[in-house]
Design a protein around this ligand. Structure first.
Ligand code: 1GP
Length: 249
């Protein structure tokens, strides 16, 4: 069943060609800085705000951050959980994700089983997502015990993505890891996109408008950026990046 947030994301992709999502890592912000960032990125037309981080453990801090963002902006807040401690009742939706190239069953299905009853209780919209770690993999690759798929093996990423689709997952995320030195290369995006017909999310190491546009031109439907706001503040280049995402070449 397609519920409200999924419908909203799909309609925005349909309308704009591709969309931008802003990731806020609760461990890097306070309630007031999270609100300030959220307000700015909403002005720049980001489609939704994702909240999560690889090493987050404080649910009370997560709750405070989500509440602060919800209080400030109208765009939906989608949880991006690293574990069962990433589930806040104050959000609108949650990426219900399985880390497809983890070697630890906990990240494939264990955490999801533990978290599912809470998601139901809180009435959060679950967005089924196949999560694939590529390239360097970064902190998330280590924490999630993934074997990252190297950029030289795009066809391996594509078969993971296809498996996600056959499982009934409705989004696929190619994750290079937050702060990756090289974002997911266009060749990998192209090959993955060609093999599936569900929306493709690309994130990790995207720092400027050109990289975002390249990913979109290669086939990304949703672009996620996190670090760039923290590194450079909500300045002009970030504005250009968000605004540039919608214009498919
Ligand atoms: C990380 O893909 C996201 O999960 C965003 O990465 O922080 O490098 O933008 P950055």
């Amino acid at each position: 069943m397609i519920r409200t947030i999924e419908k909203y994301l799909l309609e925005c992709i349909q309308k704009n060609g591709a969309i931008h999502l802003t990731l806020i890592d609760p461990e890097k912000v306070t309630s007031s800085s999270a609100s300030r960032i959220a307000k700015k990125v909403e002005e720049f037309n980001t489609t939704a705000i994702m909240v999560g981080g690889s090493t987050l453990t404080s649910l009370s801090h997560l709750d405070n951050i989500v509440k602060a963002i919800k209080h400030t902006v109208k765009v939906p807040v989608i949880l991006f959980p690293n574990n069962i401690t990433g589930i806040s009742k104050y959000a609108d939706a949650i990426w219900f994700m399985s880390l497809l190239n983890s070697v630890d069953p906990y990240f494939l299905i264990g955490a999801q089983v533990l978290g599912a009853p809470m998601i139901k209780k809180y009435g959060l919209e679950a967005l089924p997502l196949g999560y694939i770690i590529v390239g360097e993999g970064g902190t998330v690759g280590i924490v999630g015990k993934a074997i990252p798929i190297s950029y030289g093996k795009p066809e391996l990423a594509a078969v993971h993505a296809l498996a996600a689709q056959y499982f009934g997952m409705r989004f696929v995320y190619l994750e290079a890891g937050s702060g990756a030195s090289e974002p997911v290369p266009p060749t990998m995006i192209k090959i993955v996109k060609r093999s599936i017909n569900i929306p493709l999310i690309v994130g990790g190491g995207i720092r400027n408008e050109e990289q975002a546009r390249t990913a979109v031109a290669a086939g990304a439907d949703l672009i996620v950026t996190g670090n760039i706001i923290e590194e450079k503040g909500t300045k002009d280049n970030f504005k250009k990046l968000v605004m540039g995402v919608g214009k498919r070449e």
